[in-house]
Design a protein around this ligand. Sequence first.
Ligand SMILES: NC(=O)c1ccc[n+]([C@@H]2O[C@H](COP(=O)([O-])OP(=O)(O)OC[C@H]3O[C@@H](n4cnc5c(N)ncnc54)[C@H](OP(=O)(O)O)[C@@H]3O)[C@@H](O)[C@H]2O)c1
Length: 321
Amino acid sequence: MKAAIRYQYGPPQELSIREVPQPQPKANEILVRVYATTVNRTDCAVLTGWPLAIRAFTGFRKPKLPIPGTDFAGQVEGVGQGVKDFKIGDRVWGFNDNGLESHAQYLCIATSGNVLKMPENASYEVAAASAEAAHYAINFINKLKVTPGQKVLVNGGTGAIGSASIQILHDLGVQVTAVCGTKNVERIQAFGVEKVIDFEKEDFTQQGESYDYVFDAVGKSTFFKCKRLLKPGGIYISSELGPWWQNLYLPLLTRIFGSKKVVFPIPFNIKASLEYMKKLIEAGQFKPLIDRTYPLEKISEAFEYVGSGQKIGNVIIDLAD
Ligand SMILES: NC(=O)c1ccc[n+]([C@@H]2O[C@H](COP(=O)([O-])OP(=O)(O)OC[C@H]3O[C@@H](n4cnc5c(N)ncnc54)[C@H](OP(=O)(O)O)[C@@H]3O)[C@@H](O)[C@H]2O)c1
């Protein structure tokens, strides 16, 4: 089978496309023919081994898994001994933030792992693009006590996590204000948000509105810049550690001092996120933002683009051929 492969941490140029032996499913594993996968920000961290903390999971000196890729959508082509819940021909999707070797035509995954039958109405591209960022968005939202009618500002509405958050919050009946650049205002308006702020024309931290929660989905702002936007008791939550890793210790400090809080979630329970997203997609309440699609041969270019921080939602690797 064809796979993207590398044996050490490094830039996208370390990747080459090679013929490697197809994996064989062991007991309680399924063999999946991958039709779509993404290159996402988690993949960039797994590829480069940066931030260093990720190496505690992916291997200290060199990557444990030579083939990158954290998510997939595809079809079951083989089952190991003892597999009961899946059969050949099932359309399946999955995600694991430590790597699944999904940047390849085939992978094996344990049925107890983060794999589900795909949403009935989803294409392989849509399923692949509804896993990684949606999982983080769900974990961030789960840290808040979101109720219908509350007001939330999402900074970075065009990012994969931001665009997923907007749609999940909208489905929960929240009034969402999203921040994005000029060229994407209409695209983000289409998600049914209350208001879009164009950060190229206006500093969103200087407006008169106040919010129950500010979600910095691209981690480009800080608690101190956003504090004035929060109602008393309001919460700032970011996808990034912030300057001097402040989002790690501000949750402790703001628990003691002041009425406005910082929360920094550690994402967990990927399978629950996939189940949540499956229901949302089947109910027609979620359409992932998809930017570019690359063939496997151009995966280094896809990594370069994702690493630039300029992608709009998700970048797909099409493995259908
Ligand atoms: N905490 C976690 O567990 C976790 C997990 C995964 C990822 N992350 C982090 O979460 C962040 C978001 O990931 P992602 O995949 O959603 O990002 P992404 O898709 O790469 O975000 C790119 C988007 O951000 C927008 N953007 C860039 N600068 C902006 C700014 N100053 N204000 C508003 N929007 C801006 C860009 O829009 P324009 O083109 O309009 O500028 C672009 O559309 C990344 O920093 C990633 O490292 C955290």
